[in-house]
Each structure stands twice: as structure tokens, then as C-alpha cells.
Design a protein around this ligand. Sequence first.
Ligand code: NAP
Ligand code: ZN
Length: 354
Amino acid sequence: MPVSTKAFAAQSATTPLAPFSIDRRDPGPKDVAIDILFCGVCHSDLHTVRGEWEGTLFPCVPGHEIVGRVSAVGNDVTKFAVGDIAGVGCMVGSCGHCPSCNEGEEQYCETTGFVGTYNGPDPVLGGHTLGGYSDHIVVDEGFVLKVGHDEADLAAVAPLLCAGITTYSPLKHWKVGPGQKVGIVGLGGLGHMGVKIAAAMGAEVYVFSTSPGKREDAKRLGATDLIVSKDADAMAEHAGSFDFILNTVAAPHDLDPFLVLLKRDGTMTLVGVPDAPHKSPSVGIMVFGRKSIAGSLIGGIAETQEMLDFCKEHGLTSDIEMIDIQEIETAYERMVKSDVKYRFVIDMASLKAA
Ligand code: NAP
Ligand code: ZN
């Protein structure tokens, strides 16, 4: 018998999120049931709920930066027990047997695609999956993460489940480390985690931002300096000097000024997914320097666990502003204006009280 759970949902791309009752499945043998304590607010939530990407299924309950306490486990669950603190990120399933799944890169599942924590096909109840802006969630243990941080830090751990892994994975894949000069474009939710993680990996980090007022924060987070990306003179000082650039910007923009800053053989990896295309980048800049533009999608489950453990070891969490779920639309408006320091996290106690 499915269990009714409180949530906040949008009924269409133009209606605000509002209280809504959803069903969660009874835990099956391999399932972990989690009472959600905190859920981070990712720009992907906003893109999805407002229909900025094609294919949003309504009612839509966003949220894929989930931390909570295990309330029940199925008979075959071995990694979790009632009372444990657990995390759920962007995925709750994948085919489990294609080459990508076999290599622990479930986010690139080649047969069915990964099952999103929201807006994916629900394999058990039918319909589509509903995310973490809710009281409770039931997830296959293969997609549940162990959280080792102190309980006092749990709200600030939630954003690691998407913003953390989405920056850790490409920084690791492109072997960022000591002796390298690394740029992070956009100081938002993803960007601020990118700064912290790249600095912890030993790189020299610069932030590229449209917001000059974020300079002191950039330095506090671990960057050497913030370069205002619209200041052509400041940008020119760094021409040809970056080993790697991670671009987290959520809006279409000109990529060429950043390609110019790469060294020969340098790569700029895009993780932002704007609702409209970027201007076509200059082939000449890439050819005359063997430069690459790449993309990267979240990270696999094993790598997400590795990232959580890395962050715990290095004392890293997200810089957050806690909100009640009733404030979600205001939080979205601020996110659109790049006014986030640096991740909104919903205190799910506010939903229980609603
Ligand atoms: P966010 O918190 O809103 O941060 C984005 C930042 O980009 C802003 O704070 C701002 O930083 C900068 N920015 C915004 N508009 C800009 C513009 N017009 N020109 C230049 N810079 C601009 O968003 P987020 O949650 O970090 O997500 C960023 C993007 O990554 C979204 O598109 C999201 O959907 C995507 N995403 C991708 C993955 C993946 O797996 N690839 C995972 C999660 C999210 P400054 O003020 O410093 O300029
Ligand atoms: Zn996300």
C-alpha cells in the first residue's frame, strides 16, 4: 500500500509550487525509506519546474539534494539500518548492466538512461518520479549514499549530492591538482563547490564572475582572486594561462573569452545547461591551440560516495542559506538574479509544520 506524503509541487510551468499530497511506495526488499531533513535547491529544479527544458511532467516535485534519516529498510538491504543518516542525489535508478553502469557511470546509462530523482519514469508506481521537496522518499539502496559528516552540518551537506558531485567529477576526470591553474566560471551553487573542491585538490583557483561584489567571498572559499568576466583588460592579463576551466553558468553566453585563457591543450568543461544555445564558439581559437570544449554530467554513485568522503576528510560543506519551503518562489527569483550565497537549502521541518 503506497504511503501518502506531504510535498510541494507545481501543477504547470506557470503555477507556483504549492502544498500537494503524493504517494511513496512501501519499501521493497532492496529499498531504503528516508525521512527527509533537508533538501538543497538546484538551478536544475528551477529549469525543470518552469518548463525551461523540454519534457517536464506535471505535477512536478523537484529536489535532488536530499539528506535524511532512514526510517525503514527492506529485508535484503545490507548497507543501511534504521536511524542512519543517508543521502540521495540526482539519480534513483539505471539499467545496471550496460557498459556505463558496469563501470560505475550510471549517469551515462546507455539503455534506459538514468532514472532521475524527479521527472523520471517511476519503475514501481508508474507515472513519473517525484523529488525531495517532500517529507519522505523510498529509494533502492544502490542509489543511497552514506553521510559521515557531523549531524550539526547536515543542511550544508545536502548540496554536495548535486553541486558537490557535479563539480568533483570533472575536476577529478581532468586530473586537477597541484601546480595547475584552474578557473571556475559562475559563483553560484555549483561554482562555489567547484572552488572549494579544486582548492582542496591543490590547484590554484580563480573565479570568473559577472558579480564584482563576490570577490571577498571567492577568496574566502579558496580562490586566489575573482576576475570580472566582462572586464576585457582583467581577462587579457590571464591569456593562455589556464590548464582547466569549469563553466557552471546557467545562461547562454560567449564562450570565446574563456577559450582564449586556456593554455595549449587546455580544456573548458561545461556543466551548466542553459535553456537556449550558446553562441557558436570560435573554431580558430580551438584549432590554434589544440583546445577542447567538453561536457560532464553529475557523477556515478561510487564517485558520489568518494566525493562525500573527500569533503568530510577536507572539512568541506556548502555555504548555505536555510529557507522554509513556503519561501521557495522567492528563492527561485533570487537565483535568477544570481543572488544566492551560495545554496538555498529547505528545512523540511517547515513542510511538516505546514
Ligand atoms: P546558480 O546557483 O544559479 O549559479 C549560476 C551562476 O552563474 C550565477 O550565480 C552567476 O554567477 C552565473 N550567471 C548567471 N547568469 C549568468 C549570465 N547571464 N552570464 C554569466 N554568468 C551568469 O546555478 P547552479 O545551481 O550552480 O547551476 C548552474 C547550471 O548547472 C544550471 O544550468 C544547472 O541546471 C546546471 N547543472 C548541471 C548539472 C550537470 O550534471 N551537468 C548538475 C547540476 C546543475 P556570477 O554571479 O558569479 O556571475
Ligand atoms: Zn542539481
